[in-house]
Ligand binder design. Structure first.
Ligand code: NAD
Length: 295
């Protein structure tokens, strides 16, 4: 049993903390929102009066917060209270620069640290089937891996500090671009009088095959479990895709990488959100490309 502090009990963090309890760890947690604390308490998580109180005796601290500014603020607040030698793990999706700054803060306090963003969504958080993309030293990874295994199925060490976030935004840039490509093909097929099913049957077994087509098919019909068959309920919301695409473009600019399709995808998801579908699954981008929701 390890003593773990968990800060940020939202849609992802709450069930992740619950899975740590299920694995037999002692978890003391904090969130700013009462409803999130109540939901986590029902999963057996002990609720502390503040983030500083939660971390006081912890061997491991996990944060699951909205963005880089929240992570830097919370790490800044709790690090003076954390035991020297503790491991601090951030599982939020944040910009690479903030992730590396957070590692620096932990190092100054004599703590090991990991950036460990996830993929798998709220279903993966509840089911303990998340994929973790992890950046940090070998020593920190060896210490953190057993804890991450209580919350996920695949744990990939991507290299040094910040590389977990780098892997996450590169993957999601591929995903955003590929969903637009698949959606454009369905809209063209509609204009050409080709049925959704016929395009799916060909492309899913040909060189157009990809996850956006075969798992998250953006039109209703061919893939019964895709959000398109459930009124485009997320899934993975368009607003979160826009957030991750923006992170990819910030990183590309800082690193001097040329990502013209990533830039175009960021623009299109910006329009999709402004169009009013930010809360819908990101596969609903097909509506924007078509100019309306139904065929
Ligand atoms: P969320 O908004 O549901 O939860 C974030 C929580 O952090 C909230 O409960 C909020 O009250 C809390 N918080 C904010 N500032 C705090 C502070 N100073 N102290 C304590 N608590 C604080 O968000 P989420 O969906 O759980 O996502 C968390 C992170 O995971 C984000 O970075 C997101 O991009 C990433 N992510 C989300 C999904 C998803 O499907 N929801 C999938 C993969 C990754």
């Amino acid at each position: 049993m390890t003593s773990i502090a968990f800060i940020g009990l939202g849609n992802m963090g709450g069930p992740m903390a619950g899975n740590l309890v299920k694995a037999g760890h002692e978890v003391r947690a904090f969130d700013l929102v009462q409803a999130s604390k109540d939901a986590a308490a029902e999963l057996g998580v002990a609720i502390a009066g503040s983030a500083q109180e939660a971390v006081a005796d912890a061997d491991i601290v996990v944060t699951m917060l909205p963005a880089g500014k929240h992570v830097l603020s919370v790490w800044g607040d709790v690090l003076p209270r954390v035991k020297s030698g503790a491991l601090i793990i951030d599982c939020s999706t944040v910009d690479v620069e903030s992730a590396r700054k957070a590692h620096g803060l932990a190092g100054e306090r004599g703590c090991l640290s990991l950036d460990a963003p996830v993929s798998g969504g709220t279903g993966g958080a509840k089911g303990g089937t998340l994929t973790f993309m992890v950046g940090g030293s070998e020593e920190a990874f060896a210490l953190g891996e057993p804890i991450l295994k209580a919350m996920g199925r695949r744990i990939v060490h991507c290299g040094a500090a910040g590389n977990g976030q780098a892997a996450k935004i590169c993957n999601n840039m591929i995903l955003g671009i590929s969903m637009i490509g698949v959606s454009e093909a369905f809209v063209l097929a509609e204009k050409l009088g080709l049925s959704h099913q016929a395009l799916f049957d060909v492309a899913s077994t040909s060189s157009g095959q990809c996850w956006s087509l075969t798992t998250y098919c953006p039109v209703p019909g061919p893939v019964p479990t895709s959000p398109a068959n459930n009124e485009y309920k997320p899934g993975f919301a368009s607003a979160l895709m826009l957030k991750d695409l923006k992170l990819s473009q910030e990183a590309a600019q800082a690193a001097g990488a040329s990502t013209p399709l990533g830039a175009a995808a960021t623009q299109l998801y910006g329009l999709h959100n402004a169009w009013g579908e930010g809360g819908a699954d990101f596969s609903a981008i097909v509506h924007l490309l078509r100019g309306r929701s139904a065929t």
